[in-house]
Design a protein around this ligand. Structure first.
Ligand code: HEM
Length: 425
């Protein structure tokens, strides 16, 4: 789909540059004229929105790092005192960065669910998906390291809980897990050394994400976009040039996204935050409930659904590794759920399941739900939710593709969008 280059340098300078570094030709071919299916909907604007989010996090993060002090004694005050109260507009930069992380995850979840619904991970787009999952894992690691930096109670205890997961390896080889955990901490508890290395990694990883995003978009430009119908582009009548059609559409939805982002930043800056993180880290006082940020809650629920620590860690790892395998687990020849009545229902149950797991992850481990007199321990919901999570990928994806009767696919994108007028172009 990449086609031949149609770039014609217009000035003496661009002709000179084109022979030495054809960067304008690359931009022209991959952005301006790139043939893009004419039926992409709102859910396809999130790739651009994600690129914006990454940019915001890097720019605000670099400025925050100019004022942040990575020391167990000074970190909390450098954020709550210095950045929030003394640095010019420091409060704005920090709130943009903290809420930006939530907006980034909101966008990435929409982007991923879109990919699953329209079967965008299917051949020939497996590599786009795999690189996407890699980006997602890097995002989770970056967010985890970043959350430790303000050195509040939840920063400290979150870091302690997650790094201690490695100690489960003691059950495989005695002392191995403890040795690894101590090595990760750089001390015998989460402390100054841990904070310093987490700061270093938190600064590094976004650039690794940017590099993988480059590969992700490169891989996307080989087969070109999938689309809501999930059928292949059959000719020029099915596509429009990326610019101005999708630059305009992406810009419009980006503007709406920025309004939502600004609403949180200016009217509810603490909406996503945990009040315990406004208290300085205290290794002697454990908070009643240690909860991660909302975007990690479903995994936290899966981890806690198993009483045995090692198995809980394996379930957590399994839930992430599974994501890499989706292109090979789904047996359907039809990509888009629009034409897969049974899989569409399984998909929506899966989406609800993730919300349910998120809710359970936000509650105390021993919480009980009172359903009109019936006591339902939440851990049972977590178990049912975890079972469906795995069943969706390992049972339903391979099975439903083999047994369901799919709806008839449209002849072409042009015909589906333009009706009979599509036949004339
Ligand atoms: C920083 C994070 C990311 C950025 C900047 C990014 C960027 C993009 C862009 C610009 C596109 C093309 C426009 C669109 O389809 O929306 C795209 C497509 C795609 N992305 Fe991402 N992405 C990111 C994360 C992810 C993740 C985490 C996954 C999945 C795990 C993923 C899977 C895909 C797939 C499958 C497509 C092809 C969609 C299709 O053609 O139907 N991406 N991405």
């Amino acid at each position: 789909m990449a086609g031949n280059s149609t770039y014609v340098p217009a000035t003496g300078f661009t002709r000179w540059l084109d022979k030495r570094l054809p960067i304008l030709r690359l931009t022209h071919d991959t952005v301006s004229t790139f043939p893009t299916p004419r039926n992409l909907n709102i859910w396809y604007t999130f790739g651009g929105i994600l690129t914006f989010c990454l940019g915001v996090q890097i720019v605000t993060g670099v400025v925050l790092a100019m004022h942040y002090v990575a020391s167990a004694d000074l970190a909390f005050n450098s954020v709550e005192g210095g950045i929030m109260r003394e640095v010019n507009y420091g409060w704005l930069i920090r709130i943009l960065h903290a809420n930006g992380a939530s907006m980034f995850f909101l966008a990435v979840y929409i982007h991923m669910f879109r990919g699953v619904y329209y079967g965008s991970y299917k051949e020939p787009r497996e590599m786009i998906w795999i690189l996407g999952v890699l980006i997602y894992l890097l995002m989770m690691a970056t967010a985890f390291f970043g959350y430790v930096l303000p050195w509040g109670q939840m920063s400290f205890w979150g870091a302690t809980v997650i790094t201690s997961l490695f100690s489960a390896l003691d059950q495989v080889i005695p002392h191995l897990g403890t040795a690894i955990t101590t090595w990760l901490w750089g001390d015998f508890a989460v402390g100054d050394a841990t904070l310093n290395r987490f700061f270093s990694l938190h600064y590094l990883l976004p650039f690794a994400i940017a590099a993988v995003v480059g590969l992700h978009i490169w891989a996307l430009h080989i087969p070109g976009n999938n689309n809501p119908l999930g059928i292949d582009v059959k000719g020029p009548q099915d596509t429009v040039p990326f610019h101005p059609y999708y630059t305009a559409k992406d810009a419009f939805y980006l503007a709406l996204f920025m309004i939502l982002f600004a609403a949180f930043v200016f009217y509810a800056p603490d909406f996503f935050g945990n009040p315990d993180n406004s208290i300085q880290a205290n290794p002697l006082v454990t908070p009643t409930d240690i909860v991660p940020e909302w975007y990690l809650l479903p995994y936290y629920a899966m981890l806690r659904s198993v009483p045995q620590k090692l198995i809980g860690v394996l379930v957590l790892l399994g839930s992430l590794v599974t994501l890499f395998l989706i292109p090979w687990l789904d047996s359907s020849k039809v990509r888009s759920c629009r034409f897969r009545p049974l899989m569409k229902q399984c998909f929506w149950v899966f989406a609800l399941d993730c919300v349910l797991l998120g809710y359970v992850g936000s509650q105390s481990a021993d919480a009980v739900l009172n359903l009109g007199g019936m006591q339902l321990p939440l851990v049972w919901l977590a178990r049912a939710g975890t079972a469906y999570y795995f069943a969706y990928f390992w049972v339903l994806m391979p099975l439903v593709g083999r047994i369901e009767r799919t709806k008839a696919l449209p002849e072409s994108i042009a015909k589906s969008v333009l009706g009979t007028a599509g036949e004339r172009i």
